[in-house]
Design a binder for this molecule. Structure first.
Ligand SMILES: CC(C)(COP(=O)(O)OP(=O)(O)OC[C@H]1O[C@@H](n2cnc3c(N)ncnc32)[C@H](O)[C@@H]1OP(=O)(O)O)[C@@H](O)C(=O)NCCC(=O)NCCS
Length: 381
């Protein structure tokens, strides 16, 4: 019915898309038909970007050339690094710093305003995707009083980010783990940040505007911010020496939500959470430090016993991603920026796809304000 109100656009279909499908009832996610589990275990993030942007998995030669083109775009203008320094000095939050720096990147894009065809969107998108890790790693290093590390075009997208962050080439397990996390977060239907980027793209604004808007949407605690909340909770539990289940009970008594649980679409455990849980198990067992695994397992078991999971409030991707990032030595407030570093691939794919058959996105609100109000000039009020 045309006038039916759907708060939060829940369940509303606004576009057709070949990119990703989320089956929330059975807990399945596919990118262009490929199961997320196969991609996470078998494909690199670069392969997944190619799949999302170009429609099929690349041949080995196509992948080599695509990855080299992406790696060649990693450097950012000195002025952007200076801005990143100024933002770090001002104590800016990482997502806000990323939003500002991403917006600034457009000034140095050789395509300039010529962004009205799909090829230009993908070219610009490639540059943004390549440069975001450089911006993020520089921000983190400057904040820690260290100099930024220049990108290494011989390293993978995942490996180069960890290298720029720490100044040391990552070991194979860290690189593979981080690459898997990037693949898992690359796309997820019309989530809030992707839809934001699409709304902006539907006005035929440039792709920098769409990505900058997407970063803003992702920064909120109901969307990308939840992975940080989970890790903060785990640290809080640790610092208080409280039993994790006691912490959950206290949170529930206060009427609070459990971060990392619940999802607008998934009514069962998020398939990405399952893969990350397995990864966390491997990492914990090989390092011998099972603290975060023990806490998360205890919380999940308790909430399952309580029937919360059966009611459809099940662990989502954020419940495990934080612990995995922690094992890689990544600071907590970089988790959401890292999510952006991956999801930018999905934002660009959706903007490019939508613009192929563009229609301005412009819904309506049901007006509930007063009618026929009589205007009184200000000096008579
Ligand atoms: C993700 C989220 C915003 C989806 O929310 P939504 O689809 O709008 O669902 P609602 O907020 O309407 O919640 C539906 C019911 O589940 C409950 N619920 C949802 N998430 C919950 C959580 N994490 N802990 C406890 N209860 C939760 C709500 O209290 C509500 O209960 P009620 O009907 O008795 O009032 C929500 O689950 C949430 O806030 N989760 C925590 C944050 C998070 O992990 N976000 C990352 C998502 S990937």
């Amino acid at each position: 019915m045309a006038d039916e109100l759907k708060r939060g656009l829940e369940g509303v279909l606004v576009a057709e898309s070949d990119l990703s499908y989320v089956d929330g009832e059975v807990g399945k996610l596919v990118y262009r038909g490929y199961d997320i589990e196969d991609l996470a275990r078998g494909a690199s993030y670069e392969e997944v970007l190619y799949l999302l942007w170009h429609g099929s998995l690349p041949s080995a030669a196509e992948l080599d050339s695509f990855a080299a083109d992406l790696a060649a775009e990693r450097e950012v203008a000195d002025d952007v690094i200076e801005t990143v320094r100024a933002l770090a000095d001002a104590g800016e939050r990482p997502m806000a710093a990323l939003r500002t720096a991403t917006s600034m990147l457009s000034a140095y894009d050789p395509d300039g305003e010529s962004d009205d065809d799909g090829e230009a969107t993908l070219r610009q998108g490639r540059r943004i995707t390549a440069k975001i890790p450089t911006v993020l790693a520089a921000f983190e290093r400057v904040r820690q009083g260290e100099e930024p590390v220049a990108p290494d075009p011989d390293l993978s997208h995942a490996g180069n980010f960890l290298y720029m962050l720490t100044g040391t080439e990552p070991d194979a397990v860290s690189e593979e783990t981080f690459d898997m996390a990037l693949t898992l977060h690359a796309d997820h239907g019309l989530n809030a940040s992707t839809f934001t980027a699409m709304v902006i793209g539907s006005t035929m604004a440039d792709v920098y505007s769409g990505v900058t808007g997407g970063i803003g949407a992702l920064s909120g605690p109901l969307h990308g911010g939840a992975n940080q909340d989970v890790m903060e909770v785990l640290h809080e539990i640790d610092a208080s020496a409280k039993d994790p289940v006691e912490w959950v009970k206290d949170r529930q008594d206060d009427g609070g939500r459990i971060p990392g649980f619940g999802h607008r679409v998934y009514k069962v455990k998020d398939p990405r959470a399952k893969i990350l849980e397995e990864k966390l198990r491997d990492l914990s067992e090989s390092s011998g430090d099972t603290k975060w695994l023990d806490y998360t397992t205890a919380i999940e078991e308790y909430l399952t016993d309580q029937g919360l999971v059966e009611k459809g409030i099940a662990p989502n991707v954020d419940f495990y991603s934080g612990s995995v990032y922690d094992s890689l030595g990544i600071p907590v407030d970089m988790y959401t920026p890292i999510f952006a570093m991956s999801r930018v691939g999905g934002w660009i794919a959706h903007v490019a796809e939508y613009q192929e058959d563009n229609r301005l996105i412009r819904p309506r609100a049901r007006y509930t304000g007063p009618e026929d109000a009589e205007f009184v000039p200000v000096d008579e009020r």
